[in-house]
Design a protein around this ligand. Structure first.
Ligand SMILES: NC(=O)C1=CN([C@@H]2O[C@H](COP(=O)(O)OP(=O)(O)OC[C@H]3O[C@@H](n4cnc5c(N)ncnc54)[C@H](OP(=O)(O)O)[C@@H]3O)[C@@H](O)[C@H]2O)C=CC1
Ligand SMILES: CC(=O)N[C@@H](CCC(=O)OP(=O)(O)O)C(=O)O
Length: 339
């Protein structure tokens, strides 16, 4: 059995990982951690998340520098489900031993360190780790992930956006003069569990935010290889992301060609579902899938693609588990869906 620890286990994605690791046939959950000063220190996970009321055996232990060293030496896999800066600060210690580290934060997703100052508000100094980190978009970088010691699991909006756009970019179908336009709506769990006025029940009402300046714009652009216009929206629901993406294709691209490109990209990829109608959020909430559907107007060359995911699963925890499977030589969907 692979020995696994989760840091940030009380948060939305961390608790989701507790459940996934607990149910995984080849993994043993050997430690669940929170920050040193956590209000949830020493509580069982069952006391915080009612849906895990059956998991009272996992206690939330405050992390320390000594513990990080021990985890690096003794674990096979460590998941960091922590804020960007905590992941940034801890990665050098955690990645020194035998443990492979899967980081759900944004701290190691982009190679250009200027992005961190501009979009994340901190100076990136963990250069060696950043060099080593592999981007964990599981359907696209599987062989790199399998050989990695540090995986930067993609953000939720980038997962939805790149899953829809990579087949077009990789096959050189995008009209380079027109940026893809991504409009995406996320449930409030995307903002994490800690209280904030903007995310409180009476304040949330469908609204755009981060317009022309969200930190996921440089992440999408870095891994797509082209500029995009990305507009996130906060919706008054708990889970899920629905991204509606408008692209201009090169002259002469046909609907049949477009269908072929998606089929080729995702045949044999069990966690991508190519649909025959536009997916709705309920189709993917509480699942590890990304659902895609598209329509092309051959006359104008514009296509609209819809991508739907659960932000805490395919957008975070289950994609992290796909990466953990790949890094461990297991089938990518092990513990996620029955084949
Ligand atoms: N929610 C989502 O849909 C997605 C989240 N992510 C990323 O995943 C990571 C976790 O997100 P999410 O689960 O939503 O976050 P939450 O806010 O729900 O949970 C954060 C976890 O980290 C712990 N933590 C908080 N502050 C610190 C700190 N300074 N040092 C160490 N531990 C700390 C928290 O516990 P405590 O404070 O009690 O110690 C908690 O266990 C973040 O980097 C986020 O950006 C990525 C994709 C999607
Ligand atoms: C609704 C909401 O607030 N969503 C988050 C994105 C969550 C995510 O993917 O996070 P990271 O890139 O931070 O890891 C946001 O817009 O900041």
């Amino acid at each position: 059995m692979l020995k696994v620890a989760i840091i940030g286990a009380s948060g939305y994605t961390g608790a989701q990982l507790v459940d996934l690791v607990h149910r995984h046939p080849a993994m043993e959950l050997a430690g669940t951690f929170v920050s040193q000063s956590s209000a949830d220190a020493d509580k069982p996970i069952s006391a915080i998340h009612g849906q895990y009321a059956h998991l009272s055996q996992y206690t939330l232990t405050p992390i320390s520098d000594d513990t990080l060293i021990t985890l690096a030496e003794s674990m096979d896999l460590v998941f960091l489900a922590t804020p960007h800066e905590a992941s940034h600060d801890w990665m050098p210690t955690l990645s020194k031993g035998k443990a492979k580290v899967l980081d759900l934060s944004g701290a190691f997703r982009i190679k250009n360190t200027e992005v961190f100052e501009q979009f994340y508000g901190f100076e990136h100094t963990a250069t060696e780790c950043l060099d080593k980190a592999v981007y964990g978009l599981a359907e696209w970088y599987a062989s790199d992930i399998a050989a990695a010691s540090i995986v930067a699991v993609p953000g939720c909006y980038p997962t939805a956006s790149l899953s829809a756009l990579k087949p077009l970019a990789e096959n050189n179908l995008l009209d380079s003069a027109v940026r893809p336009v991504i409009n995406a709506v996320s449930g409030v769990s995307g903002a994490g569990r800690k209280a904030a006025l903007a995310n409180s029940f009476c304040e949330v009402s469908l609204q755009a935010y981060g317009v022309l300046g969200h930190r996921h714009t440089p992440e999408i652009e870095a891994w797509l290889g082209t500029g995009v216009i990305f507009t996130p929206h906060l919706g008054n629901f708990k889970r899920g992301i629905l991204a509606t993406i408008t692209v201009k294709l090169k002259p002469g691209v046909t609907a049949e060609q477009l269908n072929g490109v998606y089929q080729n990209a995702y045949t044999g990829k069990p966690l991508v579902r190519l649909r025959d109608s536009f997916p709705k959020l309920d189709d993917v909430v509480n699942t590890p899938f990304v659902d895609l559907y598209w329509k092309l107007d051959e006359t104008s060359g514009y296509a609209v693609i819809t991508s739907a995911i659960d932000n805490t699963l395919k957008g975070a925890a289950s994609q992290a588990m796909q990466c953990a499977n790949l890094i461990s030589g297991l089938p990518v969907s092990e513990g996620l869906v029955a084949q």
